[in-house]
Design a protein around this ligand. Structure first.
Ligand code: B12
Ligand code: SF4
Ligand code: SF4
Length: 344
């Protein structure tokens, strides 16, 4: 995993008036009426056998049961000042160039270093490389390329901490749109560079889901660990980070997974479970499609997410996301991992 420089910002001083306290939030009846099917069985909660994820939210509405809810969620996000323009930029896909007939030759280490350097010079803040695994591909889709390059796009903490947004304040959701737009530009630029070297490459940015589930390859490629809030925690940016992928048949080498104590820390921390207004974040790991891991209850998250312009409180509140706290946590957890003989 390779990174560019991260900015540092002070901590939030004022309580955010757009955040209901846990337990005080009641979903609107018209929103609950659109949640016709539970998402947890579709996600494989309680299933002991590994399988590929099913197409879920943010896929085309005819591929999952929450098409109408998706429209409401998008409308609530785009009703915030600045949001339509920010997200329009994320959907502004550059053209993909044809794969060059002449193929560059060289060792895989050199291509991995060049692709990483190219991405870091084209808006990515960190880059990881993992071999493709069929478990990263949503059911019903296929990806032929043997490698996935995952790009991390860091949020601006001062803006992210303003989430959730509403019609009076769009600062947080605009930063979400802006990072998606960087992910679109960065992943398309990298795919086009690889194509110019004579190899196939395809970009997978957000905000739509696409074929690739991004967190598992991000973890495998060393961009971070899975947090209790269901998002990736990076040692450089905390959970305030967007992801985008590029799949390719360019010969590459995998970057190493990163273990810095986030998973351990989550076992005793409760910041996100308390901050989440609908109480969607489970205290304990659960069995999901054959893997014991942190899990977020979709049925509890999605009504608030849809009403509150894509929410995001959990990633903004996570202590690892706060630039002034992260270095201390890294120090504490590195000592704890060494003390418990868990390989960092
Ligand atoms: C659908 C979707 C949603 C849905 C459902 C989320 C969910 N937890 O299921 C909704 C609309 C609720 C949602 C909400 C949010 N999302 Co969202 N979402 C996606 C999307 C498009 C697909 C994920 C999916 O289909 N999940 C359904 C199944 C697969 O979920 P699952 O089994 O519970 O697995 C989750 C994790 O455990 C992990 N995972 C999956 N398989 C495995 C296997 C192993 C071994 C491990 C360790 C982990 C792991 O990935 C999944 C991520 O949701 C991804 C982008 C992408 N293409 O991957 C973004 C994505 C996961 N979301 C993201 C974010 C940040 C959010 C929000 C904070 C909203 C916001 N304002 O930004 C909230 C957080 C909610 C939460 N606590 O999870 C980021 C996460 C970045 C990060 N730091 O990790 C992503 C990657 C988008 C991006 N391009 O950056 N999201
Ligand atoms: S807020 Fe605490 S429990 Fe939640 S993901 Fe972050 S470190 Fe883990
Ligand atoms: S995005 Fe979902 S899980 Fe995260 S705080 Fe909001 S409602 Fe809770």
């Amino acid at each position: 995993m390779a990174t560019s420089q991260a900015a540092s910002h002070p901590i939030a001083a004022q309580p955010n008036p757009r955040r209901p306290k846990r337990g005080s939030y009641k979903p609107k009846p018209e929103i609950l009426a659109l949640l016709k099917v539970s998402g947890n069985p579709i996600n494989g909660l309680g299933e002991a056998v590994a399988r590929r994820p099913s197409p879920f939210f943010w896929h085309p509405p005819d591929q999952h049961p929450w098409g109408e809810l998706q429209i409401v969620a998008r409308k609530s996000s785009r009703g915030c000042p600045g949001s339509p323009e920010a997200f329009q930029a994320a959907y502004n896909y550059p053209e993909l160039v044809p794969v060059a007939k002449a193929q560059s030759k060289g060792p895989a280490e050199q291509f991995a270093a060049e692709a990483t350097a190219f991405a870091l010079a084209h808006e990515a803040d960190a880059v990881g490389i993992a071999p493709m695994d069929p478990m990263y591909v949503f059911e019903g889709y296929s990806i032929d390329e043997p490698w996935v390059i995952v790009l991390a796009l860091a949020h601006n903490y001062e803006r992210l901490k303003e989430v959730p947004s509403d019609e009076t304040n769009g600062v947080g959701v605009v930063d979400v749109g802006d990072q998606y737009a960087r992910g679109t530009r960065s992943s398309y630029a990298l795919a086009n560079w690889i194509r110019s070297q004579g190899y196939n490459a395809n970009p997978y940015p957000g905000p739509s889901a696409g074929a690739l589930v991004l967190i598992p390859p991000a973890i495998a490629s060393g961009l971070g660990e899975l947090g209790k809030h269901g998002s990736l925690i990076s040692r450089h940016f905390g959970a305030g980070v967007r992801l985008a992928g590029v799949t390719t048949d360019m010969p590459l080498v995998a970057s190493r997974p990163d273990r810095f104590g986030a998973d351990e820390f989550c076992k005793t921390c409760q910041v996100c479970t308390i901050a989440c207004p609908p109480g969607a974040i489970s205290e304990d790991k659960q069995l999901v499609r054959g893997v014991e891991r942190w899990y977020v209850d979709f049925d509890k998250c999605i009504p608030f997410f849809a009403e509150a312009a894509s929410c995001g409180i959990c990633i903004a509140e996570c202590p690892w996301t706060r630039p002034s706290v992260r270095p201390k946590l890294l120090g504490t957890m590195s000592k704890r991992l060494a003390f418990t003989s868990i390989e960092p």
